[in-house]
Design a protein around this ligand. Sequence first.
Ligand code: 9MR
Length: 446
Amino acid sequence: MKLTSRSVSLVPIVATASAAALGAVLVVSAPASAATTLGAAAAQSGRYFGTAVAAGKLNDQTYVNILNTEFNMVTAENEMKWDATEPNRGQFTYSGGDRVLNQAVSNGKRVRGHALLWHQQEPGWAQRMEGSDLRQAMMNHVTQVATHYKGKIYAWDVVNEAFADGGSGGRRDSNLQRTGNDWIEAAFRAARAADPAAKLCYNDYNTDSINPKSTGIYNMVRDFKSRGVPIDCVGFQAHLTNTAPSDYQANLQRFANLGVEVQITELDISGSNQANAYGAVTRACMAVRACAGITVWGIRDTDSWRTGQNPLLFTGSGAKKAAYNSVLDALNAGGTGPTTTTTTTSNDPGPGGCTASVSLNQWDGGFVATVKVTAGSRALNGWRVTTTLSNGTVTSSWSSNRSGTSGTVTFTNVDYNGAVPAGQSTEFGFQGTGSGSGLNPTCAAT
Ligand code: 9MR
């Protein structure tokens, strides 16, 4: 048996028993030895390490050996998608999905479900539909598939890739979207009703930094949370080239601050800086307490959808790459989540006034601050929050207009969050380098 940190808790008992039996000799020294597989290393901090699996490769011994040794979470690469599970309307086929799921479960792994609704890989019959007929078919699909896998899925990607690329921060056009903007929340509600135990995720790509697309999703998640739409997690696909964005961790953290789990769901990284970038992504997840785990999108470079780019952790022949070691080391280094502190500054709470409180996630060298603005006994039409940043610099902010980056930094409402009913709250946030302590926000109605 390999000694992993998970098994270390057993060591004192075993050592004591054998010491008693043998009358002497102590065997194992106390420090936890580093775990030697990705799954075991991630498990030390309660996280998982997963991979996408293709049913058609489950006869390949090299593939299956690596899968069974290294990973403790599995995503079906294509087998649970709409075109695979409902090729004709109302006719469901689960053979491929079940194969991937059963292989995983019988080897002690958990499964992420991917994906209930996505504008790509719609079956032909759905591609030709629109409107209320399509809406009905979409929701039936969600209900049927989530019911089939009820109780067996750790987390579902309920909706995949519904936001547009570029600067709009809005939804992508598709026949799904054209059934009405509420299709995403309707899908989450249908999935919750069908499988209350599964965590329900929104999953997308090009969301690896604080950018208009990730901010659009952030605003949707915040809205869902405020209205009780059942969302538990956000998946960040992380199809990257050469590097992880400098605000990768801050971006994960701002979602975590909304009260959702964050998961890295389809990681692959091409380019000569691959090993470093893999390390950076892993460390970012380890530093965000709500980052539940990482899934790479395939096992060997030859298994990747990014043909010729070699973006994975194992070579075509199944050898561990430098990127593998960099991930393993980062997992073994452990995850000390950031420290969170909440300060409330009460000011001008009278009629027409407001209060501001800040929740600060601070880690070595950076921070994310989430500020809650609460109206007094009268509704607000607009607000201004003034903060003091003595030892830090703001690098970006969201859901507010900002003036300044250090010293006195002022934030005012944007058009959609200026109106706050009496006694109600709205939130905005910012991230920065250095220390975010001593912000002491003060709030004024405008
Ligand atoms: O890896 C998947 C590939 O085998 C399929 O041909 C492709 C079809 O669109 O989907 C790939 O997986 C995608 C995933 O489901 C969603 N995010 C992007 C992934 C890569 O395209």
